[in-house]
Design a protein around this ligand. Structure first.
Ligand SMILES: C[S@@+](CC[C@H](N)C(=O)[O-])C[C@H]1O[C@@H](n2cnc3c(N)ncnc32)[C@H](O)[C@@H]1O
Length: 250
């Protein structure tokens, strides 16, 4: 089985392309609308080869991945089967798995940099937790509590394994628990279209500060305009390669 991602051609409607792909056997389809790039993507998985006249194939990868091999190639400071994430004098260990977040990506690095002086003695909620790297690092940085959510069940499982490995008490679930602490530091490292779909402003009532990344430098102005509509005021901006991160107050 393979995962597929298609970019819909400009003159084709989303409905036409999605119906066609589903007829050709693409399962569990999802849509990503990248407003900044003005492009729409459809993803899904299939056991059969998928081709369509309505969209361009942009990604195809096997659904079964050798995570040990992947992490040994890309993860930060990988030895004895684990990534070693250095946080001052403390070290977070991460076991290879499906969750994104091994510190090889600049946005994860930006998030940890911005969290350093912010999360100690605070309650933290991590939206799009992946491997759990940010929520677990927050605890090692002195956060009082950490909750991580993700739409991907494999990421939740991976984050839980990492909490156990480090003997840290974090809550990892698909959706947020009904009862939440007040005045949280909210973390969100997701690409711009994913953030729009998530609609983070619904959590402003629980947020003291938002720390975010996943935004390309070329999307910065559009993102700041979007953040204003969410009621966020920029406090800090950091850049690493072509990515930006921000801290906002609510
Ligand atoms: C770029 S990864 C970030 C992982 C990790 N927090 C880090 O900083 O390295 C983004 C994560 O967001 C998750 N995600 C995407 N859309 C989401 C949504 N609407 N709700 C929750 N999680 C979402 C993805 O499954 C993925 O694990």
């Amino acid at each position: 089985m393979n995962y597929y991602l298609f970019r819909i051609f400009d003159d084709i409607s989303l409905e036409t392309a999605q119906t066609d792909l589903e007829k050709r056997g693409l399962k569990d389809t999802f849509v990503i609308e990248d407003d900044a790039l003005g492009e729409i993507f459809i993803g899904g998985h299939s056991k059969k080869e998928i081709e369509t006249p309505f969209a361009q194939l942009t990604e195809k990868k096997p659904a079964v991945v050798n995570w040990d091999e992947q992490w040994s190639l890309f993860a930060e400071n990988f030895h004895q089967g684990k990534a070693h994430i250095q946080l001052g004098e403390k070290t977070l260990l991460l076991t290879p798995g499906a969750g994104f977040g091994d510190l090889s990506h600049p946005t994860t690095y930006l998030m940890l940099e911005m969290m350093k002086d912010t999360v100690s003695n605070e309650h933290v909620i991590d939206i799009g937790t992946g491997s759990g790297i940010l929520a677990l690092s927050a605890l090692l940085m002195g956060a009082k509590s950490a909750i991580g959510i993700d739409i991907d069940p494999a990421s939740i499982q991976h984050a839980k394994e990492n909490a156990k490995l480090n003997q840290l008490k974090a809550t990892f679930t698909k959706t947020l628990p009904k009862k939440l602490p007040q005045n949280n530091i909210l973390l969100m490292n997701m690409i711009f279209p994913e953030q729009i779909i998530f609609a983070p402003e619904k959590l402003n009532q629980y947020a003291k500060t938002w720390i975010v990344s996943g935004i390309l430098a070329k999307e910065k102005e559009a993102y700041l305009a979007q953040a204003k509509t969410w009621g966020w005021k920029p406090l800090l901006e950091q850049v690493r390669s072509e990515w930006v991160g921000f801290i906002f107050s609510v």
